[in-house]
Design a protein around this ligand. Structure first.
Ligand SMILES: N[C@@H](CCC(=O)N[C@@H](CS)C(=O)NCC(=O)O)C(=O)O
Length: 216
């Protein structure tokens, strides 16, 4: 089989989600590291017209959008299955992936994690406290809803690990390390789920670079 190559920066939670798919499958892959200075340049736009990461290259097949990469990985490599077969669990998994892509990342992580973690520690930019404060109500909403959907289950979409867990864990890893996220998550089932996820070998071998790791 052709080599799996993921283009991206190791600090990216979306890149980490894509890596988790390969790690959980036990399949080798390579990260083609992109620097912050490469982002949105011509070469990047050739790979991803919207200038985001990650991008998967598999032979002559190129794919972007993290959930699409994860679904491709799961379709190609059967075991262990990372998508449920029960229609209700499939619906829940897809709903939670949608919450991540439509609400949690753009409204919460892209603001709080950027201004608390990525900006100060990676780019040398001071946090924008007003932007952070403005995102806190959305953080409360997202985390309350994820807690409700998790309920007393082991994983987000039921009793088995699914793509929803792989999408959410890298985002919440960072958010939990911020004062705002940490305080909202304190003593919740979602934090217990995150701790279970953090203990998985796949999460341990995909930790972000050290400065960001300490902050999280
Ligand atoms: N919907 C995209 C989102 C990817 C995304 O936003 N990645 C971030 C890094 S974690 C990025 O590329 N940020 C660069 C930017 O916004 O300029 C996916 O699922 O892959």
């Amino acid at each position: 089989m052709n080599e799996f190559v993921l283009h991206g920066h190791p600090a990216s939670p979306f890149l980490r989600s894509a890596c988790l798919g390969f790690e959980e499958k036990g399949v080798p892959y390579r990260i083609a590291r992109m620097e912050a200075s490469d982002m949105r340049g011509e070469a990047h736009r050739q790979l991803h017209p919207f200038g985001r990461i990650p991008i998967l290259q598999h032979g002559d097949y190129r794919l972007y959008e993290t959930q699409a990469i994860l679904r491709y990985t799961d379709a190609l490599i059967a075991k262990p299955a990372l998508q449920p077969t029960d229609p209700k669990a499939i619906g829940r998994m897809n709903q939670i992936i949608g919450i991540n892509d439509c609400y949690l990342f753009p409204m919460v992580a892209r603001v709080i994690v950027f201004h608390r973690v990525v900006g100060p520690l990676l780019l040398g930019v001071a946090p924008d406290e007003a932007a952070i404060a403005g995102a806190v109500p959305d953080a409360r909403l997202c985390l309350r809803e994820l807690n409700r959907l998790l309920g007393d289950q082991l994983f987000l979409a039921g009793e088995e690990l699914t793509l929803a867990d792989l999408m959410l864990a890298p985002q919440l890893y960072y958010l939990a390390g911020t004062p705002e996220g940490g305080s909202i998550l304190k003593d919740t089932p979602l934090l217990e789920w995150l701790e279970r996820m953090n203990a998985r070998p796949s999460m341990q071998v995909t930790l972000p670079p050290a400065p960001l790791r300490r902050a999280a």
